[in-house]
Design a protein around this ligand. Structure first.
Ligand code: PHE
Length: 451
């Protein structure tokens, strides 16, 4: 029996829901450390160019596929063309890879929140606090489990509505606080060099890896190429403009990422004089830098409490949507009780998260292609599978169902202003560029070429 699909109340409802899923650790934790690592300004420039071209076109494509078919990813592709059902399956793998390691970082956020709540903010500002913590065996696993359990409780109870209302209030607070912290950071001595590093592109630092990292980040941050937007599109009312919604979601998501970078990248210059090792720190950057900023502010401990609480909520809304997706994929395939499915997902998630967390301590010597487990899962999903899904989506839309099919859906609410650009990007620019980036990164990984 076909269940009636619920739908969002209108554009604002849709934009908020999509932004709630989009804004998460990707913006606050991942974007700043990638920007620091891949050359600052040149990364930012690559990201912005990709966002307004690829990001825009792919978001439009996914949302309109969802709205046109009224189905979630696993069925949507197949319902438009039988032979392409496999793409739905491939897409569905992505949230399964991301969810476990997302929860590892979520656990770190809880640890920092608890540290600040217990008044230990100053200790968290010390140089070895972060590495000391993540290299332990037991403690990170405990926080990881707390985080998974909290996500699962919400998914099981299905209190998304409550969370959604909550996040409508919390998101603006998060933006305001981040902006405040960013502005404060800029007043600290030495921040100028950081701002320059962050905004001024240095073309000598450009490499294919910069573009690949920016592309991966774009998919991750906008929740593209993992089926989420197709599902959301299927809930979208026919009288809501897809084009305008996409503009708003992109603006919101990139805005928060850029502010987060402005908060964290210059602080590397304030506290370490732009130390190269620190810029390359990767996954730990947010956790290493923010406590140092807070330690210089009067009442910094309280600000730390509020800040990490907000980061926690931003992360939770995202991991809920990830877990919800995984649960519904499994339920679509094997028809068992929702609670049972949730428990299976919790068990699987815990199991797959273990290598990611142990990879910083007990298993730090195990490397896959030179990466620890967490970075490997992150790389394989964001820089390999998602670009492949995006490439196939472009071929599917550009040559199988034809862009016209989607343009008509998008034009239901009025003229589709960017129709030409959309068609050109989907048919030619995106597939060629993604293919080139993918091949060169694989060759680089295999050591055939050096980029
Ligand atoms: N976009 C989220 C973030 O930036 C991550 C996410 C990906 C959430 C996919 C849901 C689905 O943190």
């Amino acid at each position: 029996m076909e269940k009636k699909r619920s739908s969002f109340t209108g554009r604002i409802g849709f934009v908020f829901a999509a932004a709630g899923s989009a804004v998460g650790l990707g913006n606050l934790w991942r974007f700043p450390y990638l920007a620091a690592k891949y050359g600052g300004g040149i990364f930012l420039l690559s990201y912005v160019i990709l966002a307004v071209t690829f990001g825009f076109a792919l978001m439009l494509a996914e949302i309109s596929i969802g709205r046109k078919t009224g189905k979630s990813a696993i069925e949507a592709y197949g319902s438009l063309n039988k032979k392409w059902g496999f793409l739905g399956k491939l897409t569905s793998i992505v949230p399964m890879i991301i969810l476990p390691y997302y929860c590892v970082i979520g656990g770190w956020v809880i640890k920092y929140f608890v540290t600040f709540v217990s008044g230990q903010g100053k200790a968290a500002a010390e140089a070895n606090f972060f590495t000391g913590f993540i290299s332990k065996t037991g403690e990170p696993i405990v926080w990881l489990f707390v985080y998974i359990a909290l996500t699962a409780v919400v998914v099981m109870l299905g209190v998304e509505k409550g969370i959604e209302k909550f996040s409508k209030v919390l998101m603006p607070v998060l933006v305001a606080l981040s902006l405040g912290i960013a502005i404060y950071t800029l007043t600290l001595p030495g921040a100028g060099a950081g701002v320059k590093y962050y905004f001024m592109p240095d073309f000598d630092k450009f490499s294919v890896m910069t573009v690949l990292a920016a592309l991966g980040q774009l998919f991750y941050s906008l929740s593209i190429s993992m089926g989420i937007l197709i599902t959301y599109g299927s809930y979208m009312p026919k009288n809501t403009s897809i084009e305008k919604s996409v503009h708003q979601i992109e603006l919101f998501d990139s805005g928060i990422a850029i502010i987060a970078g402005l908060m964290i990248v210059p602080s590397v210059f304030v506290f370490t004089g732009g130390n190269e090792d620190m810029l390359q720190a990767g996954a730990g950057l947010m956790f290493e830098m923010l406590p140092r900023i807070f330690s210089t502010i009067p009442l910094g401990n309280i600000i730390g409490v509020v800040f990490f609480l907000l980061v926690f909520f931003a992360a939770l809304t995202s991991s809920i949507s990830l877990m919800e997706t995984v649960v519904s994929i499994i339920q679509d395939k094997i028809h068992i009780k929702r609670t049972t499915t949730c428990l299976i997902v919790v068990a699987g998630c815990t199991l797959f998260a273990l290598p990611s967390t142990l990879g910083f301590g007990l298993w730090e010597n195990i490397k896959i292609f030179g990466l620890n487990f967490l970075d490997f899962f992150d790389f394989i999903s964001n820089s390999v599978i998602m670009p492949i899904v995006a490439l196939l989506t472009c071929i599917f839309v550009g040559y199988v169902i034809k862009p016209k099919t989607l343009s008509e859906e998008i034009a239901l609410t009025g003229k589709f202003k960017s129709e030409k650009i959309f068609t050109v990007i989907i048919k030619y620019i995106a597939p060629v560029c993604i293919l080139a980036i993918l091949i060169s990164s694989v060759l680089n990984g295999l050591g055939v070429i050096k980029i």
